[in-house]
Design a protein around this ligand. Structure first.
Ligand code: RNT
Ligand code: ZN
Length: 412
C-alpha cells in the first residue's frame, strides 16, 4: 500500500500520520554497546566473569576492538531512522593503558566521545560491577569487606565524573546507570545489613554533585540472577525507595521482574514519585534472558503507556539485550527499529477517542477500537518514515544486513 493511501485510511480515524512521523523523529533510543561483542569489553587486565551476565552463542563477527565495534555501530545506526545515542559500559575503555576499575579516567574513553561527536550522537554510561575478580562473590557495593566496597565506590565515583565530562563534551546529559549484581545464592539471614551497606555505599558514591545538564544518575533493580536466586540486595523496592529519596532516575529493566508482571503498568505508578525514568527495554524468555526485542505485545504496551501517559519527555529509552547466536548488527538494527515501530503505533492511536470511551466507562468501544486498530496499515507509514530518514526497509534492509554480516564473518 502506498503512503498516500495509508494516510487517507488513518485520516478516516481522525489520525494525522504526518504528525506521528514528526513526533517519532526526535525520540532518541540509547543503543547499548554490549550487543556488539557479547558483553566482553576491551579491558586487558581482567578475565573474570563474576556477576552472572552471560551471552549465548558464537555467531561469527563479534567485534574484538573498539574500532570494530565503532564500525559495526556506524553501520547499524545507518539502518535505523533518526538520530540515536550510544550506551557505553566502563569495561569498553579505549586505551593502551590497563587501568583497573578504580583507576579509570575520562581520557580512557575520549576516543568514544570524539567518535560520538563526529556522529552527532549523545552518549550514556555505566559503571561495570561485574566481570572482575572483586565481583566473583556476587557482592560489590554491599560486600561485608570494606576494602572491596571502597574499590567499587571509587569505580562508581569515577564513572560519574567521566559521564559528566562526556555529557559536557556532547552537549547532552549522559545517564550513568548503576546496576550491581549483589545477592545470595541461598537464603541469607541478614538482608537488612546487606541493604544497609548497599545504601551507604551508594550514598558515598553519589556524594559529589554534578549538574543535570551533564550527567544523570540512575539505579537499576533486579529480581534475581544466575547465582543469586535467593536474594538480590538491590531489589525493586530497595531502588524505588532509593531513587525517590535521592532524586535519581529509576531504571526499569523489562527482564528484571516476575515473568507475568506487566512492566508497562509500572510507568504511570512510579512516574508520580520520580522526575525521570530510564528503561532497559528487553525480552525475557522464562527468565532475564535478554533476547532481541520483537514487535510483541510487551513492547507495544510499553510504547503505548509512554505515549498515553505523556512520559516520553521524562523517560530515557535504553535497550538491554544480547544474543550471540545471530548477526550482532542485525540484532541491534532489528531491536532498535522495533522500539521505534512500537512508538509509531502508539503515536498513530486515536488516543483522545480511547480515553473518552474509558472515562465514559464505555469499555465496549474501547475494546472495539483497540482491536480494529490492529488492522490499520502501519507498515506503509513506517516505510515512509524510513525513506524520509534515508533508512531502508523490507528487502533492501535484509540485503544490507546480509552483506555487512558477510563482510565481518571472517573475524577470528
Ligand atoms: C543486568 C542488567 C544490566 C546489564 C548491563 C550490561 O541484569 O540488566 O543492565 O545487562 O549493564
Ligand atoms: Zn538492564
Amino acid at each position: 500500500m502506498s503512503y498516500e493511501n495509508a494516510k487517507a485510511i488513518f485520516a478516516e480515524w481522525g489520525i494525522d500520520t504526518e504528525a506521528a512521523i514528526e513526533r517519532l523523529a526526535p525520540v532518541a533510543i540509547s543503543m547499548h554497546c554490549w550487543q556488539g561483542d557479547d558483553v566482553v569489553g576491551f579491558e586487558t587486565r581482567t578475565g573474570s566473569s563474576g556477576g552472572g551476565i552471560q551471552a549465548t552463542g558464537n555467531h561469527p563477527g563479534r567485534a574484538r576492538t573498539p574500532d570494530e565495534l565503532r564500525a559495526d555501530l556506524e553501520f547499524s545506526f545507518g539502518l535505523i531512522p533518526g538520530s540515536h545515542r550510544l550506551n557505553l559500559h566502563a569495561m569498553y575503555m579505549d586505551t593502551s593503558d590497563a587501568p583497573d576499575r578504580d583507576e579509570i579516567e575520562y581520557r580512557h574513553f575520549e576516543p568514544w566521545v570524539d567518535w560520538a561527536k563526529e556522529q552527532g550522537i549523545g552518549m550514556d554510561f555505566n559503571p561495570t560491577f561485574f566481570a572482575h575478580e572483586k565481583a566473583d562473590d556476587n557482592l560489590t557495593l554491599s560486600h561485608p569487606d570494606k576494602g572491596i566496597r571502597d574499590f567499587w565506590i571509587e569505580h562508581g565515583r569515577r564513572t560519574r565524573e567521566i559521564a559528566s565530562l562526556m555529557g559536557a563534551a556532547l552537549g547532552s546529559p549522559a545517564v550513568n546507570n548503576i546496576w550491581v549484581p549483589d545477592g545470595y545464592k541461598d537464603t541469607p539471614v541478614d538482608r537488612m545489613s546487606a541493604r544497609g551497606r548497599l545504601e551507604r555505599s551508594l550514598d558515598t558514591m553519589l556524594a559529589d554533585a554534578y549538574g543535570a545538564e551533564t550527567m544523570l544518575d540512575a539505579v537499576e533493580s533486579k529480581l534475581f540472577g544466575i547465582g543469586v536466586e535467593a536474594c538480590t540486595v538491590g531489589s525493586h523496592e530497595f531502588y524505588l525507595g532509593y531513587a525517590i529519596r535521592n532524586g535519581t532516575l529509576l531504571c526499569l529493566d523489562m527482564g528484571h521482574f516476575h515473568p507475568t508482571e506487566n512492566i508497562a503498568d509500572k510507568l504511570s505508578a512510579v512516574a508520580l514519585s520520580l522526575d525521570e525514568i530510564l528503561l532497559h527495554v528487553s525480552r525475557p524468555m522464562r527468565w532475564d534472558s535478554d533476547h532481541v526485542i520483537l514487535l510483541n505485545d510487551d513492547i507495544l504496551a510499553m510504547a503505548f503507556e509512554l505515549v498515553s501517559a505523556d512520559l516520553l519527555g521524562r523517560t530515557h529509552i535504553g535497550l538491554d539485550f544480547f544474543d550471540a547466536t545471530i548477526s550482532r548488527t542485525a540484532a541491534w538494527v532489528i531491536g532498535t527499529r522495533n522500539m521505534q515501530k512500537a512508538l509509531l503505533r502508539a503515536m498513530l492511536a486515536p488516543m483522545a477517542q480511547l480515553k473518552d470511551a474509558e472515562t465514559a466507562l464505555d469499555f465496549t468501544t474501547r475494546l472495539t477500537v483497540t482491536e480494529e486498530l490492529k488492522d490499520l496499515p502501519y507498515g506503509a507509514v513506517w516505510s515512509e518514515f524510513c525513506a524520509r530518514h534515508d533508512a531502508p526497509s523490507g528487502q533492501a534492509l535484509i540485503s544490507d544486513l546480509t552483506s555487512y554480516q558477510a563482510g565481518v564473518a571472517d573475524r577470528g
